[in-house]
Design a protein around this ligand. Structure first.
Ligand SMILES: Nc1ncnc2c1ncn2[C@@H]1O[C@H](COP(=O)(O)OP(=O)(O)OP(=O)(O)O)[C@@H](O)[C@H]1O
Ligand SMILES: C[C@@](O)(CCOP(=O)(O)OP(=O)(O)O)CC(=O)O
Length: 421
């Protein structure tokens, strides 16, 4: 442990973790406390440049308690999920030595050292864009680095799972499967990487942010109600999902977009069907979500083979996966035709990979006005100005990584407090 002379040191680590979007959904727990699911799920990790959490964790003998700041505001760490992650990571902490600064922390010291945590999401929090997935994966990954925990990613994913189920999949890049496991203690419920982000890198992901307000029913309480009341969930978990998981793994391995898209859309629709089968029913999608489904379905049908897959989590935002950039550009033309921006600023209407706009031949608001109606839409197509808040263009991305540059550090190493608060 630190000597008197060293008592004021603050040791920090900073990491960045991506979010992920499920193509075979997790919905329903068989154990609420350990966060054990009723079925396997599969997701694609999104490029962290566009959607990620950045977290700095700090330890110091000068800290009297554990504290956390999220997006600049202090939040309570007393919740069971944060406590589970902290407890499980501390159990696995090992000796740490920083010779230059004369810091020596023994394995057993970690139980007594308090931590400060500061995290920032580069996208809206609690808006159905899986901030909890990026956030808990980042917390566990970064604490693991600070405390020199063995780099067993399976084990890290099973700790992140105890923060938020979907977080276990954000420990890896590319396509990831969360194996539900069988053990009552959850020891075999963890994520595995199916393929890394380079395996299928021509996919382009466009997210239509339909509403960035906080949603009415959280995933946690929504899925609890579904487990208690939906007869359809049993059928989904036991009969439908196991077959879909095998087919989805095959589709991903073979980069078979047609199967991938059919499975992705069907599974999103079934997830929303079990929400509707819940008592009282849960509605996550809204009219705009339904219009986007219809736009994609019509286009896919007219092409004879799927060009785009859609999937919706516990909110109205559409996640659209296009088979390649050319298809993504054609998709964007359709989306911009139907959902022109309310604001006079094209730049803020497309975030992430903005270059998709020029691929779609759109440089200005006048270009959006001039877009022809999609040919597959036979009846005069209505426009829904302002129904989409903005779009994010992304792609499959890499897993968590350590950030070493000082500018990324969110905790002031002199005060031990979150910067800028
Ligand atoms: N960067 C972060 N670090 C740690 N925890 C976070 C972070 N971001 C979000 N969280 C936790 O996740 C909670 C939000 O999760 P919630 O499930 O409500 O929304 P979401 O994950 O954005 O949406 P969804 O899971 O439906 O896609 C926050 O209240 C906070 O507890
Ligand atoms: C619809 C989903 O996004 C549900 C995610 O649920 P959470 O992981 O947010 O729920 P908790 O485990 O209770 O924290 C589907 C998915 O990501 O697989």
């Amino acid at each position: 442990m630190a000597t008197e002379a060293q008592a004021q040191w603050v040791l920090t680590a900073t990491g960045r973790s991506p979010t992920n979007i499920a193509v075979i959904k997790y919905w329903g727990k068989r154990d609420e406390a350990l966060i054990l699911p009723v079925n396997d799920s599969i997701s694609v990790t999104l490029d962290p440049d566009h959607l990620s959490a950045t977290t700095t964790v700090a330890a110091s003998p000068a800290f009297p308690s554990d504290r956390m700041w999220l997006n600049g505001k202090e939040i309570a760490l007393s919740g069971g999920r944060f406590q589970s992650c902290l407890r499980e990571i501390r159990k696995r902490a090992r000796d740490v030595e920083d010779e230059k600064r004369g810091i020596k922390i023994k394995k057993e010291d970690w139980e007594k050292l308090h931590v400060h945590i500061a995290s920032y999401n580069n996208f809206p929090t609690a808006a159905g864009l899986a901030s909890s997935a990026a956030g808990f994966a980042c917390l566990v990954f970064t604490l693991g680095k600070l405390m020199n925990v063995n780099e067993d990613y399976g084990e890290l994913s099973s700790i992140a799972r105890q923060g938020s189920g979907s977080a276990c999949r954000s420990i890896y890049g590319g396509f990831v499967k969360w194996c539900m496991g069988k053990n009552d203690d959850g020891s075999d419920s963890m994520a595995v990487q199916l393929v890394d982000e380079s395996h299928w890198d021509d996919l382009v992901i466009i997210i239509a942010v339909v509403s960035s307000k906080q949603k009415e029913t959280s995933s946690t309480s929504g899925m609890r109600d579904t487990v208690e009341t939906s007869p359809l969930l049993q059928y989904r978990a036991q009969t439908v999902v196991p077959g879909r998981i095998l087919k989805m793994e095959e589709a991903i391995k073979n980069r078979d977009f047609e199967s991938f898209a059919r499975l992705t859309c069907a599974d999103s629709n079934q997830f929303h069907a079990v929400c509707l089968d819940t008592s009282p029913p849960i509605f996550y999608m809204n009219d705009t979500s339904h219009r986007i489904i219809s736009l994609v379905e019509k286009w896919n049908h007219s092409e004879g083979t799927p060009q785009v897959a859609y999937t919706f989590d516990a909110g109205p935002n559409a996640v659209l996966i296009a088979r390649n950039r050319k298809t993504a550009a054609l998709l964007l033309q359709r989306l911009l035709y139907c959902f022109p921006p309310q604001q006079n600023n094209l730049d803020s209407y497309m975030v992430g990979d903005k270059s998709i706009l020029s691929s779609a031949g759109v440089q200005s608001l006048a270009d959006i006005e001039a877009l022809p109606p999609p040919p597959e839409m036979k009846t005069p197509t209505q426009k829904f100005k302002g129904d989409v808040s903005y779009f994010i263009c992304s792609r499959p991305g890499a897993g968590p990584k350590v950030l070493t540059e000082e500018r990324h550090t969110l905790i002031d190493s002199a005060t031990g407090l979150a910067k800028g608060v």
